[in-house]
Structures are given as structure tokens and as C-alpha cells.
Write a protein that binds this ligand. Structure first.
Ligand code: HPA
Ligand code: ZN
Length: 326
């Protein structure tokens, strides 16, 4: 009880959240109505009932369908603002937000509309609450290298609005090295680099994300524990893992929250962090993820402080800002 209050109230950073995954069913219906889109669901409840996932792909199919209601700059603003209100309520002081431009440009929505609406909400949150927020552009790994390069081209006129690139979508069969040349280019451009690896995919994908893409953090990465050499390396090099507990349960990476390996990761000396991934789809925002862990596993106050410190230590913020948070 006291521990749940502590984890809820402590200042934290969120480093793994897909903005399209913050689109609540109520907002999906409101935007569908505003834009004259007919949804293949009769009601909010009917849509929510469809959120019965068996693996990553079964989630992605619904997540991309949900995003199809986003059409105008204002839609992207409203979605982002709704997330930022929730993050602020959870005592998030800094957030690094993924967005999937290809999900929208493929439907004919212009890149400037997407990034413009999202970025305007970040500016307002900074003004309103001093909440610091940055954007990370994710390439969809089920698409081609050429499509990723084309998206990077479209993004470059907006270079001042995002700080890095990531890699998301269907992991198995789409290893990090598929995007080695794209990430090399992004590295030359001075962008921060992250990639989803070792969520459903094998530890091998964590190695190639590190050694071929040169990423600075691994998103998920929970399967690293299958490889003791990799585990020791992640701890030694203090490569942060952005872990998403409720996501892992919903997508059946672990059967139950009691089976989650966050305590083993921390005990191995790994810089694990707690994040919400796709909060509208997985049953909660970042504090819900912390509370689920602290209510189910023998985690202590020290673990709580470590997780919060890890979240700021792994953030892409200047050293002065970091020192102030730590
Ligand atoms: N994994 C891969 N792609 C995603 C995820 C995820 O957890 N969430 C949104 N896109
Ligand atoms: Zn993710």
C-alpha cells in the first residue's frame, strides 16, 4: 500500500510509449465521428472486446486499424494531449514518445500533419506544466529498407522536432540488420538510436541491434536473460532496457505478472526501466505498470528508487538536466 503510493508519486521519466497506442476507444469513436469514418465496431464496448490479443501480430492488426481514424493535425494534437495529461497525472517529468509516420503516410496523411499535431501538443505541455517531451520516429520493420529511407527523407525538413529513431512492428522475421544502412545514415545525422529487440524475437536480435545498428537503448529486451553472456554484457555496458510489464502480459511474453522477469533483470545489474508501451490497449499508463509489478513481485523501496533513477539516467536529455533529476 505504502509502496504503491511511493511508486505512484515519485517523479519518473517514460521512455517507451507509442503515441498511437495511447488512442483510447472513446477517442477512436469520437474521431471517427468527427471525420465521417465508419468503424467495423458497433460501440466502444464492442471495440474494447476486440482487445483480446494472443501475440504481437494480433495486437498490431488492431492497433493499425485504430490509427486509421487519425486524419487532421487536430486529431494528432488531441491524441497527444490526452496522453500528456495522463503522463502528468502519473508524475512523469520527461517523456520520449514514439510515433509511426508510415502508418499514416501510407494512408495519404502528410508527414507534416502527423508531426505538426503531435509536436504542438508537446510544446503546450512544456508551457502548461514544464513537462519535458521529445519525439522518436519509428520505422515499421515489416516494411522495406527503401521505405524507411523514403520516410527519413520526408522527415528531414522537420529534423528540429524529433531527437531519434527507433524500430517497431512485427519483430520475428524482421531482424535489426534489415535496417543497418538506414541506421548508419541516422547515426551520421546525429540522431539518437533505439530499437525494439528481444520482445518476441530471440536474444540474437539484441546483439544485432547493438552491434549492427549501434542503438543506445533496447526497447523491451526481456528475452536477454536466455543468454547469460548477453545479460552480463548489458549489465557491464549499462545498456538500458525499456521494459513494458502490462504489454508483456497482454501479448503473452509472460503468462502472468507474477512471472515477469523485471526483478531478475535488476538483480543481474541491468538498467531496466518501467514504461507503458501502448497504454490504451494494454490496460494502463505508466503508474499502472509500476503498481502491477510492486503488488505482484517482492520489489522494495530501493527497487522503486532504482527504477526511477534508471529512467532519468537513460533519457536523451543533456547532462545538466539529468543531474537535476537524479
Ligand atoms: N512491439 C512492436 N511494435 C509495436 C509495439 C511493440 O510492443 N507497440 C507498438 N508497436
Ligand atoms: Zn513498443
Amino acid at each position: 500500500e505504502a509502496l504503491s503510493d511511493l511508486v505512484r508519486s515519485m517523479p519518473k521519466a517514460e521512455l517507451h510509449m507509442h503515441i498511437e497506442g495511447s488512442l483510447e476507444p472513446e477517442l477512436i469513436f469520437a474521431l471517427a465521428e468527427r471525420n465521417g469514418v465508419t468503424l467495423p465496431y458497433a460501440s466502444v464496448e464492442d471495440l474494447r472486446r476486440a482487445y483480446a490479443f494472443t501475440d504481437l501480430q494480433s495486437f498490431l492488426d488492431i492497433y493499425y486499424a485504430g490509427a486509421s481514424v487519425l486524419q487532421t493535425e487536430r486529431d494528432f494534437y488531441d491524441m497527444t494531449w490526452a496522453y500528456l495529461e495522463r503522463a502528468h497525472a502519473d508524475n512523469v517529468l520527461h517523456t520520449e514518445i514514439f510515433f509511426d509516420p508510415q502508418t499514416h503516410t501510407e494512408r495519404g496523411i502528410g508527414f507534416p500533419i502527423v508531426i505538426g499535431g503531435i509536436h504542438r501538443a508537446l510544446t503546450d505541455a512544456q508551457k502548461e506544466w514544464g513537462l519535458s517531451a521529445s519525439l522518436i520516429l519509428c520505422f515499421l520493420r515489416h516494411l522495406s529498407e527503401a521505405e524507411a529511407f523514403a520516410t527519413l527523407e520526408e522527415a528531414m525538413p522537420h529534423r528540429d522536432k524529433f531527437i531519434g529513431v527507433g524500430l517497431d512492428s512485427s519483430e520475428r522475421g524482421n531482424p535489426p540488420e534489415k535496417f543497418e544502412r538506414v541506421f548508419a545514415r541516422c547515426r551520421e545525422l546525429g540522431l539518437h538510436l533505439v530499437a525494439h529487440a528481444g520482445e518476441e524475437g530471440p536474444p540474437e536480435y539484441i546483439y544485432t541491434a547493438l552491434d549492427k545498428l549501434h542503438v543506445e537503448r533496447i526497447d523491451h529486451g526481456v528475452r536477454c536473460l536466455e543468454d547469460p553472456v548477453l545479460t552480463a554484457r548489458l549489465a557491464r555496458e549499462q545498456v538500458a532496457l525499456t521494459v513494458c510489464p502490462l504489454s508483456n502480459i497482454k501479448l503473452r511474453v509472460f503468462d502472468r505478472i507474477h512471472d515477469h522477469n523485471i526483478l531478475e533483470l535488476l538483480d543481474a545489474g541491468i538498467a531496466a526501466t518501467v514504461n507503458s508501451d501502448d497504454p490504451a490497449y494494454f490496460g494502463g499508463y505508466v503508474n499502472d505498470n509500476y503498481v502491477a509489478l510492486f503488488e505482484s513481485l517482492p520489489l522494495t523501496r530501493d527497487h522503486a528508487y532504482r527504477l526511477a533513477r534508471n529512467s532519468f539516467a537513460a533519457a536523451f536529455i543533456d547532462e545538466e538536466a539529468k543531474a537535476a533529476y537524479l
